[in-house]
Design a binder for this molecule. Structure first.
Ligand code: NAD
Length: 455
């Protein structure tokens, strides 16, 4: 039996061992899920909604336990981890409200009536990354269940503990046995078995662009729909007419939150020429207050990176002799720590082009609005971005000109369960969250009913 050792990235201690799901076990899980899905879809909608609300309540009751698991397996600061567990509860509650609103249409036609039905797809595979194990799992799982599907959740190798606990909580809350299962395991084995399984009707994948492209190709062979939430290299555009103090105060969290292991990280800071020096000075002071330390401590803002291998990858973007404009502090001792780092870079530098997925941002000046938009779009990705300005017309003009799915003005927020989220270009395909989230887990059936008199 193949097992994964789950390591606390802040202490390097093994906190659990978890058995990897074999392809034969994937087969059995798909069969159980298919049977459960048929029972689930046949329940009255109000009962399905009620069960999802009970699941949400169970998550709320176990919020602290789930948060502590995320502190241990992912090194997330405990205040972040509590928010993440609360986000799962909110996603389930929000999706529960959609069960009874999943209406079809009645379309005017000649000779009868025409009706559409939003039918579930069947068994959905949700493949999650290690950076936000709970929220990302729930983004796919909650609306898929609400739309009448079963869900097989494959967590990342490093972070299966919250997924396993969520599946237990769902079962205890009354979901049919087999409807929502967590299947930990290796991407190329367990993940591949799920993606290629003819009994899996859709794949929701969140992770790297390279793996997403492979999964899309595998799905194409079976004409299987796929939602892809992939990487990013998002800009933070600060104009001279902005509240520069507020922009500098908000910037650290926008690339240091979750130690920069965030697909929406604003890791390219673009600042208008005239306020560049002032902004850099303010940013340095703000970065120094972003405290890295024990994830279990309430005051900690930044934990370690997920693994030693990932730290080496991040380090490869910051050569030893790189003249860092800003460098933060990290604790001594064990743990995969990496300091907050801001590099003054040229647009073509590797650090300015590739997703680093660590607490490293590049900063560059721009000349005017056209130059800002050109630099903001100088990437293959298109997930998020921020625009800081006091000119409302410019805010909208620039937001509309940036090729990305999620923009924020004078703010860095881009993810809310009630608003759509997803990427342009190589950042993804399809949208999650928001009022239409359930639709991505349905297929439309059209039924024409003749009202002609029968002879
Ligand atoms: P990854 O692509 O290595 O792995 C993601 C998941 O896919 C894991 O569960 C892994 O086991 C599985 N997997 C790997 N190979 C597979 C295969 N061949 N078939 C099926 N499954 C396979 O990504 P990661 O390093 O865990 O996550 C980091 C990436 O995720 C970053 O690029 C980040 O930007 C992206 N991300 C995107 C979003 C978004 O919403 N756009 C959110 C979070 C993370």
């Amino acid at each position: 039996m193949h097992e994964h050792r789950i390591v606390n990235p802040a202490t390097e201690e093994v906190v659990a061992t978890v058995a990897a799901t074999t392809p034969a076990e994937v087969d059995a899980a798909v069969a159980r899920a298919a049977a459960a899905q048929r029972r689930w879809a046949a329940l009255p909608p109000a009962d399905r909604a009620r069960l999802l609300r009970r699941f949400a309540a169970a998550v709320d009751d176990h919020r602290e336990e789930l948060a502590q698991l995320e502190v241990r397996e992912a090194g997330h600061p405990v205040t972040n981890a509590r928010w993440e567990a609360g986000n799962v509860r909110d996603l389930l509650d929000y999706a529960a409200g959609g069960v009874e609103r999943l209406t079809g249409r009645q379309i005017p036609v000649d000779g009868g009536i025409d009706l559409t039905f939003a039918e579930p797809l069947g068994v959905v595979a949700v493949i999650a990354p290690w950076n936000f194990p709970m929220p990302v799992a729930a983004w796919g799982t909650a609306p898929a269940l609400a739309a009448g599907n079963a869900v097989l959740l494959k967590p990342a190798e490093a972070t299966p503990l919250t997924a396993l606990r969520l599946a237990e909580l769902g079962l205890a809350a009354g979901l049919p046995e087999g409807l929502f299962q967590a299947l930990p395991g290796d991407g190329p084995v367990t993940g591949t078995a799920l993606v290629g399984h003819p009994g899996v009707a859709k794949v929701v994948f969140t992770g790297s662009t390279e793996t997403g492209a492979e999964i899309m190709a595998a799905c194409a062979r079976q004409v299987k729909p796929v939602t892809l939430e992939l990487g990013g290299k998002s800009p933070n555009v600060v104009f001279a007419d902005a509240d520069v103090e507020a922009a500098a105060a908000a910037a650290p969290a926008s690339f240091l939150d979750n130690t920069g292991q965030d697909c929406c990280a604003r890791s390219r800071i673009l600042v208008e020429h005239g306020v560049y020096d002032r902004f850099l000075e303010l940013l340095e002071a703000a970065v120094k207050t972003f405290r890295a330390g024990d994830p279990a401590a309430e005051e900690t803002r930044m934990g370690p990176l997920i693994s030693a291998a990932h730290r080496e990858r991040v380090r490869s973007y910051v050569p030893e002799d790189a003249p860092a404009a800003i460098r933060g502090e990290i604790p001594a001792g064990p743990g995969y720590w990496y300091p907050a780092t801001v590099l003054e870079a040229a647009p073509e530098d590797r650090a300015a082009v590739e997703e680093i997925f660590g607490p490293v941002a590049v900063i560059m000046p721009f000349e005017d609005e056209d130059d800002a938009v050109r630099l903001a779009n100088a990437t293959d990705y298109g997930l998020s971005g921020s625009v800081w300005t006091r000119d409302a017309g410019r805010a909208l003009r620039v937001s509309r000109s940036i090729a990305a799915g999620n923009l924020s003005v004078n703010s860095h927020s881009s993810v809310r369960y009630s608003t759509p989220f997803g990427g342009y270009r190589r950042s993804g395909l399809g949208r999650e969250l928001g009022p239409d989230a359930l639709t991505a887990f349905t297929q439309t059936k059209n039924v024409f009913l003749s009202t002609e008199e029968q002879q």
